[in-house]
Design a protein around this ligand. Sequence first.
Ligand SMILES: Nc1ncnc2c1ncn2[C@@H]1O[C@H](COP(=O)(O)OP(=O)(O)OP(=O)(O)O)[C@@H](O)[C@H]1O
Length: 227
Amino acid sequence: MIRIENLSKSFVLHNQGSATIPVMKDAQLSVAPGECIALTGVSGAGKSTLMRMIYGNYLANAGRIMVGDVDIATAQPREIISLRRETLGYVSQFLRVVPRVATMDVVAEPLLAIGTPADQARDKACSLLQMLNIPERLWSLSPTTFSGGEQQRVNIARGFAHDYPALLLDEPTASLDAKNREVVLSLIDAAKTRGAAIIGIFHDEAARDRVCDREVDVTGFTPQRAA
Ligand SMILES: Nc1ncnc2c1ncn2[C@@H]1O[C@H](COP(=O)(O)OP(=O)(O)OP(=O)(O)O)[C@@H](O)[C@H]1O
């Protein structure tokens, strides 16, 4: 479902004499439907950079990033937007809150975007918010004022509302209590069971061991080692 071939990335710092920082060279990675892989490696090794390239936020310098039959490395913005709507989900660490939009609608939005009838989208949103222990009295409020953990759970509910065939998870269990952490792990398990291909960054080692089938150490893709 996700296949990365010969992927390379350097950052050019235009405001610092165009200094070039090579971060990744010839990265290879393949994730099958139903498989969850963990990106590992020391801080600064390039885990977030790889994730951002797969989501199309950072442009690759060379190589291919196939998600289904779309190559993100060369796709037009329009194709990337459509891929993100239908195929590729991303649970980032922080919720990007739109002021004045009710929590329930924040969670239902990805379903409405693919044409799910409003009542069905709301039902799914409510059941996810319930599972993730967001008190019902908060559902009609904007999550702007929610605690860090509450915002993260709203973000997870939103990320799991639509059954994306491919899913990127950035620290999905960070700042969660034991009970909610279990809920998130069960959502990941369920996504694998329905055939989602998942790539995650998990600093929570026990969580990683529970849900990941494989670890990929991105240090192996740093230019010095690859040379
Ligand atoms: N936008 C950017 N501009 C310039 N350099 C960047 C940019 N983003 C990342 N880098 C550099 O790329 C390297 C990899 O960073 P990245 O954030 O991907 O590492 P990481 O493995 O996710 O680290 P951590 O575990 O600390 O989050 C670092 O040396 C970083 O300074």
